[in-house]
Design a protein around this ligand. Structure first.
Ligand code: SAH
Ligand code: SF4
Ligand code: F3S
Length: 440
């Protein structure tokens, strides 16, 4: 039997998709190269913005066509969109055989066996984190490690808490054991994952309670693991002890993804982010003081209900003041059931939203391009990932600061090598491996 999986959304879904693949392969399934050749068509969905729904529904239409031609094909839909639709999936899309939420991944095998059983319901986590399932990793030397699921925040625009449930931390011993196994397996870099990683541990029983900073130190001292990253922290939970752990643990990389969402305190309050622009900038200053040469990235939303020209100007000025190395920028999208969708008018006209996102993208490019110049002319440690995506005669790797480098050289994937950085765009660097003559 062959399966074909399409994954949408964030790193949690990337993680879960690797587990779905691992689970299916442990059941004897093999990955099909194209959707048309699969006996099982599987989607891991996202519903964070309206555009995520649209993208998935386009793909689902394609699955409908395949199933019409071959009724034996099984169509399965997992993830956040499925959870948000619950049983409606089956009435709206009768050709879907299986639907399940992000908390029901461990039951995928059983669901395939009992095909056409309605699986979407309450969050039935049955004590299992998807992190306990076998994985088929996309990058052999990198692994996603789930440390918590769900989110207890109440950001007024966000649908995640309603589809991923309350925050639950995974037992620290389980996490450390997993990373030790990964190291034995040749993994050199891990990224700890959670919707709000730095509130990790607060829900654990007192005797087993480990803070995020302690967990970072623990993971960071496992032999064989050279680089440790994490995403995403919430600014409100970013404590001194985390900064100290990053400073004192050599494997913890100099990169912080610190989602700001807006540069306007007034908008931040309406978003229920629980920090002001000033507190955010103070935190950033402490991070920059503590961690030399740290790179900082963020998430920003434009067009939130009631966002004035002045509010938007505050977001633009935040980008310049914070000097981001990169940012994910989004147009606000009203999500069903969220506070912002229910209680606030989506009143920014689409044309103004596009004008603002364009101006924001330009501002981010300007700061990231100028920030990237600091690497040019110096040698930097790169973890090699494989051939360059644009030019297979070159290699691709990453700086500790999480910036991608395309370079000429002969180093093997999964090794560390020194690269002289020769050029920089706003998103990637170019370079030459030290000691290897550049190919003409
Ligand atoms: N838990 C993570 C990621 C949440 S989703 C965090 O809090 O950082 C990733 C990003 O999508 C968010 O940071 C936010 O910038 C954006 N986002 C979430 N809901 C959105 C919405 N309704 N409209 C536009 N962007 C949204
Ligand atoms: Fe959504 Fe906010 Fe939780 Fe992030 S912290 S997942 S933006 S509710
Ligand atoms: Fe999307 Fe779910 Fe992640 S809604 S952004 S896949 S948590």
């Amino acid at each position: 039997m062959n399966y074909h999986l399409t994954s949408f959304g964030c790193q949690m879904n990337d993680h879960d998709s690797e587990r779905m693949k691992g689970l299916l392969e442990s059941l004897g399934y093999r990955e099909a190269a194209v959707r048309d050749e699969a006996d099982l068509i599987l989607f891991n969905t996202c519903t964070i913005r309206g555009s995520a729904d649209d993208r998935f529904l386009g793909n689902l239409g394609e699955a409908r066509r395949i199933k019409r031609e071959n009724p034996d094909v099984v169509v399965a839909v997992g993830g956040c969109w499925a959870q948000s639709q619950k049983a409606q999936v089956f009435s709206q899309f009768p050709f879907v055989d299986i639907a399940f939420g992000p908390g029901e991944l461990a039951r995928l095998g059983e669901l395939i066996a009992r095909e056409r059983i309605e699986a979407v319901g309450a969050f039935s986590f049955d004590g299992a984190f998807s992190g306990t399932l076998p994985a088929k990793r996309e990058r052999p030397h990198h692994a996603w490690v789930q440390i918590s699921v769900g989110c207890n925040c109440v950001c007024s625009y966000c649908i995640v808490p309603s589809v991923r449930g309350k925050e639950r931390s995974r037992d620290a011993r389980q996490i450390l054991d997993e990373v030790e196994r990964l190291a034995t397996d040749g993994v050199r870099e891990v990224t700890l994952l959670g919707q709000n990683v730095n509130s990790y541990g607060r829900d654990l029983p007192k005797d087993d309670r480990v803070s995020f900073a302690e967990l970072l130190r623990g993971v960071g001292s496992i032999p064989g693991i050279w680089r440790v990253r994490y995403t995403s922290p919430h600014p409100k939970d970013m404590r001194e002890d985390v900064i100290a752990a990053m400073v004192e643990t050599p494997t913890l990389c100099e990169h912080v993804h610190l989602p700001a969402q807006s540069g306007s305190t007034r908008v931040l309050r309406r978003m229920r982010r629980t920090y002001s622009r000033e507190r955010y900038l103070e935190l950033l200053a402490r991070i920059r003081d503590g961690i030399p040469d740290v790179s900082v990235t963020t998430d920003l939303i434009v067009g939130f209900p009631g966002e004035t020209d002045e509010d938007f100007a505050d977001t633009l000025s935040l980008v310049r003041e914070a000097e981001y190395d990169g940012a994910f920028t989004f147009v606000y999208s009203a999500r069903p059931g969220t506070e912002a969708a229910e209680a606030m008018d989506d009143d920014i006209p689409p044309a103004l939203k596009s004008e603002r996102i364009q101006a924001l993208v330009d501002a981010v490019h300007a700061t990231s391009r100028s920030r990237a110049q600091r690497f040019v002319g110096a040698d930097h440690e790169v973890l090699v990932e494989g051939p360059s995506r644009t030019d297979p005669t070159r290699l691709r790797g990453r700086l500790r600061q999480n910036i991608t480098v395309n370079f000429s050289g002969d180093a093997a994937p999964g090794t560390l090598t020194m690269v002289t950085i020769t050029g920089a765009s706003s998103t990637t660097l170019a370079g030459e491996q030290v000691g290897v003559p550049a190919t003409a």
